[in-house]
Ligand binder design. Structure first.
Ligand SMILES: Nc1ncnc2c1ncn2[C@@H]1O[C@H](COP(=O)(O)OP(=O)(O)O)[C@@H](O)[C@H]1O
Ligand SMILES: [Mg+2]
Length: 317
């Protein structure tokens, strides 16, 4: 269990830092210099670890991001916005050689999106950013979106082993593998305490079509597995002395269903992770962790992007 309770940071996490520019309107772009008007736009901090850290900090947790931004206006914006949310940005470098990553999302009235991504700072983190002092400063390590962190590929097993040896606990949300190959994930599972895939990811990684069999299979490698299932809620699986335990995390969705306007699902899963890990690191039971996780996810559905709808500490029961 976690022997590192009194460290300055609850969580350390390498971040796929970028900004999201969402342009809304029922317009399909047309080349040959055609100009069309759109309804609205919004600029938001983007990247899965970024959204996660912002929500975790707003719940009163201490989280430090590791990564880089460009020496540009978007980099300034990201640093300021995340510091204001309470995220420790001391280990986010401002690098002249790169530009801050950008996701340009064209959002239609029916919610469908087309995205153009410039990677830039998203895959800037490298092995030299994983420094020994993190093993003394952090109580827990969260691995988010490893498939986007191309320079760290193949290094996570060694790093997670070092985290465990330093008395830290660990969690992982792989998000989708753009190559749909899922290489190297199975071997990480025995080193993970809390694994947070969505349903499609759980199926792809376990090779099981049925979500309950997928949960069982993944939990048999060691972690507490929490499968996020969109409007179906979530289900937790773990093996205890008496065998497999399964807990359904839908009660908080039913509680809030009547007041649930879904603007977009951007970041729902990352906000879910933040709520779950905040409660889990406070030593709460799985049921309570699922409850806070779901409240965070549902809150973020009601506002554009992943950050605006986030809950504040006062919202914790
Ligand atoms: N349409 C929805 N209605 C209610 N809850 C939702 C909806 N979409 C997502 N959620 C909540 O957000 C969580 C994470 O969303 P999900 O889409 O499953 O993950 P990801 O964003 O990682 O793909 C779900 O477990 C659920 O609690
Ligand atoms: Mg996700």
């Amino acid at each position: 269990m976690n022997q590192a309770i009194n460290r300055p940071l609850d969580i350390g996490c390498v971040a796929d830092l970028c900004v999201d520019l969402m342009v809304t309107g029922d317009v399909i772009p047309r080349f040959h210099q055609i100009e069309q008007l759109v309804d609205d736009y919004a600029l938001e901090p983007g990247g899965s670890a970024t959204i996660f850290a912002s929500q975790f900090a707003k719940l009163g947790g201490r989280v430090g991001l590791i990564g880089a931004v460009g020496a540009d206006a978007f980099g300034e914006y990201l640093t300021t916005a995340l510091q204001a949310a309470g995220v420790d940005m001391r280990r986010v470098q401002r690098r002249k050689a790169i530009k801050t990553g950008l996701g340009l999302h064209l959002v239609k009235d029916d919610g469908d999106r087309a995205t153009l991504t410039y990677l830039g700072s998203i895959d800037a983190p490298r092995l030299s950013d994983l420094t020994d002092d993190l093993l003394f400063e952090c109580r827990h390590w969260h691995l988010a979106s490893p498939f986007l962190l191309t320079n760290l590929r193949g290094h996570w097993k060694g790093w997670l082993e070092r985290c465990r040896a330093a008395g830290m606990t660990t969690s992982m949300d792989t998000n989708w593998d753009p190559e749909d190959r899922w290489e190297g994930i199975q071997e990480l599972l025995p080193l993970i305490d809390v694994f947070l895939p969505n349903e499609a990811e759980a199926r792809a990684i376990s090779g099981e079509e049925d979500v309950f069999r997928a949960g069982e299979r993944l939990a048999s490698s060691g972690p507490l597995v929490v499968i996020k299932r969109g409007s179906e809620g979530s289900t937790a699986f773990w093996t205890a002395e008496g065998g497999l335990r399964i807990v359904d995390g839908n009660s908080a969705i039913r509680d809030s269903q009547s007041a649930l306007p879904v603007v977009d699902a951007v970041g729902a899963g990352d906000n879910f992770d933040a709520g779950f890990l905040r409660a889990w690191l406070l030593g709460q039971e799985v049921e309570s962790c699922l409850h806070l996780a779901t409240r965070c996810a549902v809150a973020s559905l009601g506002a554009p992007g992943g950050i605006r709808g986030q809950l504040r500490e006062g919202a914790m029961e």
